[in-house]
Design a protein around this ligand. Sequence first.
Ligand code: NAP
Length: 383
Amino acid sequence: MAALPDFSYFLPTEVRFGAGCFNELGACCRALGRKPFLVTGKRSARAIGALDRAVAQVPNAVVYDRAEENPTTGQCDAAARVCRESRCDVVLAIGGGSPMDVAKAVAGLALNDGACAAFIGADLFTEGALPIIAVPTTAGTGSEVTPYSVLVDTAEQQKRTIKGRALFPRVALLDPELTASLPADVTAYTGFDALSQAMEGLVSRKRTAVGDILALEACRLVRQWLPRAVSVPGDLEARGGMLLAAMLSGCVIAQSGTTLVHGMGYYYTLRYGLQHGLANGLLLAPVFRHNAVHLPETVASMASALGHTGPAGEAGSAITRALHALFEACGVSRAARDAGVDEHLLADFARDCYSDPYRFKNQVGELTEDDVLRFYRESWRGV
Ligand code: NAP
């Protein structure tokens, strides 16, 4: 065996998993603070009864139920003002990645003077952050175990990341019952996000030996449970399998970051409103055929975890077959054109993406703008 590369792996979040564990929110919250600030989205938490159940457990919570999809720095500034004025000392997030990311930014802004956009970057919350409890109601982002808050910078209109150890939630409550209400399409899209994070973590320049193990298991779980979670919404075993996969994928990217797939996918989301996980999923096959050239054994191992074995020399075609089969099993077209993306804008996306070195930070292989355009074109055609 080749010598293991050096790595460090840090994950301070207590993860509690199980149907019904949402009922532990009140006790967890009282252990961390006296006055909670509860962040959630506009509709779903109320619709599924999670908001009422939370308020029953933490009756003095100040509720901010306006977190938008793909939240902005401006929205976080507004939410943080309410949190500060209410003198809250613990932040609860109930929802998908969007409310969780708002909650994390608010937790930091509550203790640090300045506008949210000023904290884009790494470890700029020098005064730390309020303790965070995260309760995911989608199974995709793994944000409940990451040190990131991903936001649209209001001025720049680009997705940017606030990163900091203080943003790791103290507790994550993973209750599969809360994800049973996800519609089939959101189930599939968020599942693609978990897969994308696991796959990108495996090829990132910052990959770790621990992350590799978790990522392969996340790929295996996605293959096993995602099609079933999509087709049988109330199957709590499948929902649990996907929550686990998403959390594992979060543990992976918490160390390794993401790669070019995420960097390219943001253009689909910001221009066309494609759900984050779908945007990434549509780019996986093209970018991973490239990754297979540089890391054939690694890509072959993830294709194998997805049920498509083959020699390392054919890793590109094995991963393509595995991804196409997964999209088909989930009833989702793998062509970005079917999601409403216009072909004539692909060159603009490629140019803009290529001009931003941040998007290539963790990406293996030297790439040209033409390569990026080719990936977009292949994603558009679904090949
Ligand atoms: P989301 O934007 O949080 O939610 C998508 C949709 O699903 C919303 O309409 C939401 O409704 C609805 N929804 C949520 N839970 C539901 C449930 N149980 N039943 C029915 N509907 C439900 O989606 P997401 O994919 O989880 O998060 C994507 C965001 O996370 C992106 O902004 C992405 O950049 C970010 N992200 C962050 C990290 C990180 O580490 N920080 C990692 C990956 C991605 P409501 O709005 O009404 O709640």
